[in-house]
Ligand binder design. Structure first.
Ligand code: FAD
Length: 312
């Protein structure tokens, strides 16, 4: 069966649930063509859809808030699944000096971090300005200012090809901006976090300070996907390397290497995915020539790029 036929069969199995959507509307870079998208609003629905998709040979891509994604202008094949409904739930429980929080994968990280501060639960302040979902944060091991979500994870519940699994932190293979989910097909459904009890007023002040700092250092007024490149161990931060290579402000079509923070590429209006990949290539080449460092992307690719299909 061809992929369009398989998507047709999937649509017939889940009437009215699969729509065609522009990835530009589902990603913070506001770039990307059409995709078949389904919202799974319960664990049962997710299990059913992924099982049927597997039987039909349909590839699956789980999209969170799309804040770390470059989606191709030519869209993507297969099925994009977004989690909603029951996956947004957050449960709080105070246990002496600990707060135990169970957050659904599609809960937004800034909302969760802000609510933690207000409740007097410490540890997530670093995440107030990271505009992704909890599931995306676990997948990426999102972090900032020397902290990352993995340090707070007690367990992660995910759907594997063999069924539901609850893995403790050790079983999640966390590293710098990486997790075991990047090399598996597991779909994160929820995460249990352990936060320390703290002073709500002090936590809120700390979170406000972090937001202020981010507003000053990052080009937040134009669509972007955060840091384009990962840090290389032992090397200066990618932003500094790109700046030293003289690329701040470099443009390709509607995309530009930010003149505020060179590890951000902003969409100044109508940028294509090709404009962004041109700048990514320019930055990699220039940084290698000037410093010998081979930059590696932190962003993830979705869809078709020059004969290659970006996926998980
Ligand atoms: C302005 C801005 C600032 C940012 N600052 C930071 C920062 O300080 N630190 C940082 O770490 N990141 C930062 N980011 C990047 C991004 O917000 C994080 O990587 C975030 O964790 C991605 O979450 P998401 O829901 O948007 O995931 P997406 O971008 O939608 O997806 C990212 C990857 O996660 C996978 N994924 C998403 N949800 C699931 C799930 N439930 N199960 C399995 N796989 C899943 C996707 O398949 C994809 O491969 C920033 C981005 C922006 C736009």
């Amino acid at each position: 069966m061809t992929e369009p036929d398989a998507i047709g069969a999937l649509s017939a199995a889940f009437p009215g649930r699969i729509r065609t959507a522009r990835l530009a509307d589902l990603t913070t870079w506001r770039i990307g063509g059409d995709a078949s998208v389904l919202e799974a609003d319960s664990p049962g629905m997710l299990e059913e859809v992924t099982g049927t998709a597997r039987d039909l040979g349909v590839r699956i891509f789980v999209l969170g808030r799309g804040s770390n994604i470059l989606a191709s202008d030519s869209g993507c094949d297969g099925l994009v699944i977004r989690l909603s409904g029951a996956f947004r739930r957050i449960l709080w429980r105070r246990d002496g000096d600990l707060w135990r929080v169970e957050a659904g994968a599609s809960a937004m990280l800034p909302g969760l971090a802000g609510a933690s501060c207000m409740k007097g639960a410490a540890g997530l302040e670093f995440a107030v300005g990271i505009p992704g979902t909890v599931g995306g944060a676990v997948f990426m091991n999102a972090g900032a200012y020397g902290a990352s979500i993995s340090e707070l994870v007690y367990s992660v519940r995910y759907l594997s090809e063999k069924g539901w699994v609850t893995a403790g932190r050790e079983g999640c293979g966390f590293g710098y901006r990486t997790s075991a989910f990047q090399s598996s097909t597991g779909i994160v459904a929820s995460v249990a976090l352990e936060l320390r009890a703290g002073d709500a007023a002090a936590l809120m002040e700390s979170a406000s300070g972090i937001l202020r700092k981010r507003r000053e250092s990052f080009p937040l007024k134009l669509p972007n996907a955060g840091s384009v490149f990962r840090r290389t161990e032992g090397a200066p931060p990618p932003g500094r390397l790109i700046e030293e290579a003289g690329l701040k402000g470099r443009r390709a079509g509607g995309a530009m290497i930010s003149d505020l923070h060179a590890n951000f590429i902003v969409n100044t209006g109508g940028a294509s995915s090709g404009d962004v990949t041109d700048l990514v290539g320019d930055a990699r080449r220039a940084v290698f020539e000037t410093s010998g460092v081979s930059l590696v992307e932190e962003i993830r690719y979705l869809g078709r790029f020059g004969g290659q299909t970006g996926g998980r």
